[in-house]
Write a protein that binds this ligand. Sequence first.
Ligand code: MTE
Length: 309
Amino acid sequence: MLLRNPRSWEIAEARATPERVAIARRPLIKAALGVAATGLALPARAQSAPVTDPRFSPGRAITAEADSTTYNNYYEFGDSKDIVQQAQKLPQAPWSISLAGMVDKPRTIALEDLLTQVSLEERVYRHRCVEAWAMTVPWTGFPLTALLRIAQPTASAKYVVFETVQDRKTMPGLRQSWYPWPYIEGVTMAEAANELPFLATGMYGKKLPPQDGGPIRLLLPWKYGFKSAKAIIKITFTDQRPVNFWQAINPDEYGFWANVNPAVPHPRWSQATERLLGSDERVPTKLFNGYGEVVASLYTNLTSEKLYM
Ligand code: MTE
């Protein structure tokens, strides 16, 4: 018999799907299919929700949707946290993603075609912003590993780079020319092949709203939130380490790795605790945002790198 020790961030299966998520399930598949939640009834089979993976239970209450969807960092829309209204103007369809660089066949794929090639699932992840606020969100999407299978990177690829859309009509922040647009983020191929990186197309059982990165964003829950690039239009495989957006702005404060570590302060503030959106309660921050059992082994041979900024 195959025995398995639960990881510390797992909870009993019975507690794995909070009521809020269970209630939210019905519109989930409709959202994935692009059907309005209030639209026509779907066949019974289509109404069953994507599988919720109990291994990704957060051990912490889910943040109220009204809080996590109204307090955003999205510099393309401006420097404030209050960009919800402006972000609604960003067209969400048609949307396509270029698979570029060191891949067998560089090509551009329509998001709806991509979604027919993956299985959607739900994961509840903790998100820790470098500014020391945190939220816990049920996301719908698919693991980055599924995208890797579709993209077929060549053996020479060492990094995956994610690029955000630049829509000058709706994104006033792009006029701030001192920022090094486009918003770029990246991980190593070894990190990309880990089970945690996730491409989200939904949140709280609904379509991913534009302010949170709709129609598709990255989630890297063991890294500071700025690594989780929004509104992705291009994924490039390369052998060159990318200079990510915040690193280009301030390399003394932001680096490539940006793994969460409460013991390594930001040059201007402590990272020891975090403020939970909604309650404003302060709780201790955990190494790798509590996901160390899944990702710590990625870094054992990288002691000379600045892994935590
Ligand atoms: N992606 C883009 N394109 N532009 C951004 O400004 N901000 C990052 C990240 N992804 C950002 C981005 C930061 S700093 C954080 S903390 C998260 O998005 C915030 O995600 P949220 O607004 O959904 O909470």
